[in-house]
Design a protein around this ligand. Structure first.
Ligand code: UDP
Ligand code: MG
Length: 342
């Protein structure tokens, strides 16, 4: 799988948001594992606008081990975008994405590369128990996957986290997907390719707390559902149809009643109920349409996904010739042509 143009075989992409105290131990555990894979590797940190000493720590590590590199984004863009930046800059024939907090054991990497050499383009770590998370979060997670499985047009690997290996061709496919509301897990499944899971136990976070609160998670789940399905948009059409039929039947009833029995009441309650019900449905459906229009608006603005403020040991040139940037002017058409999917 080696490529003459490029000597780096394995890139480890790690999004970093205020993880200064985790970085030394992370690198200390990664390097011996990577040494088993030969010399041609890089650890590429994406500093996602950290406010702590993360970047200084990375610089220190880079001085000791030049294969530790970093891009520093100009502000906090979120983990998903940080990963996209990492995929753009990574040079390896295979790219492994992992968290900085050592919840993803580096010792699993040899198993990843073994599966990769067997010919799997995507190798994902399959979570064991989710016991490190509270029961509430667990219930919500399960609920989310249940809903997504019902609505989504893309199938998710439920127990797959963000600890994954991608072959170069899968990386290039992911780089073609330049959408703003990035639901990585959906994107990972969407690209297809031969993939396999490797079971593992998620560890405890080494230092600090999870960077995700419930608000962020809820937002993330909502992004996931709305970017991978149009069911929320369609459901109002069905509901509207049913309500219209109901209204017709009721109207028929009132007409017959008026003809046979005569008008009993002025019909004021019926009127109010009908008006408010319909207004409610219309408002809901308008809101739903607004949601998608908002997305279209965000996409057509074609803002870059991220802004790089600084580079540590990473050159500015695009890593590979012929690779499309994340925001190609015609990425949608190009994706369709190159992936010939659907
Ligand atoms: N992260 C990031 N940007 C953010 C939030 C998180 O780059 O806005 C990184 C974080 O530094 C870590 C990874 O994403 O390396 C996973 O974050 P965390 O451990 O907080 O998430 P959890 O494990 O709770 O899902
Ligand atoms: Mg974590």
């Amino acid at each position: 799988m080696s490529d003459a143009r490029n000597s780096i075989r394995l890139s480890i992409v790690i999004p970093v948001f205020n993880e200064a105290e985790n970085l030394p131990q992370l690198v200390a555990r990664l390097t011996p594992v990577l040494a088993q894979e030969g010399d041609e590797w890089e650890i590429l940190f994406i500093d996602d606008g950290s406010a702590d000493e993360s970047l200084a720590e990375i610089r220190r590590l880079n001085a000791i081990e030049p294969r530790v590199r970093a891009l520093s984004l100009s502000r906090n863009f979120g983990k998903e975008v940080a990963i996209a930046a990492g995929l753009d800059a990574a040079q390896g024939d295979a790219v492994i994405i992992m968290d900085a907090d050592l919840q993803h054991p580096p010792e699993l990497i040899p198993e990843f590369t073994r599966r990769w050499r067997e010919g799997h383009a995507v190798v994902y770590a399959q979570r064991g128990g989710r016991d490190y998370e509270g029961p509430v979060k667990r219930v919500f997670t399960r609920l989310f996957y249940r809903i997504f499985a019902q609505l989504g047009e893309t199938q998710l690997y439920e127990e797959a986290g963000d600890f994954q290996l991608f072959d170069r061709k899968a990386v290039e496919a992911l780089r073609l997907l330049g959408e703003r509301a990035r639901f990585s897990k959906g994107l990972y499944s969407w690209i297809g390719f031969k993939s396999i899971g490797v079971p593992f136990e998620v560890g405890e976070r080494l230092h600090g707390k999870s960077r995700y609160n419930y608000r962020k998670l809820l937002h993330f789940a909502w992004d996931g559902i709305t970017s991978f399905t149009t069911v929320p948009l369609r459901v109002w059409t069905y509901l509207g149809f049913l309500i219209s039929i109901g209204a017709l039947i009721t109207a028929l009833y009132f007409v017959l009643e008026a003809l046979l029995v005569g008008v009993k009441t002025p019909g004021f309650p019926t009127l109010i109920v009908a008006v408010t019900l319909l207004a409610g449905v219309q408002l809901m459906s308008l809101g739903m349409i607004g949601e998608y229009i908002g997305r279209i608006f965000a996409e057509v603005k074609r803002r870059p996904l991220y802004i790089i403020a600084e580079r540590v040991g990473v050159e500015a040139a695009p890593p590979r010739s012929g690779a499309a940037p994340t925001v190609a002017p015609s990425h949608a058409a190009e994706a369709a042509r190159l992936l010939r999917s659907d």
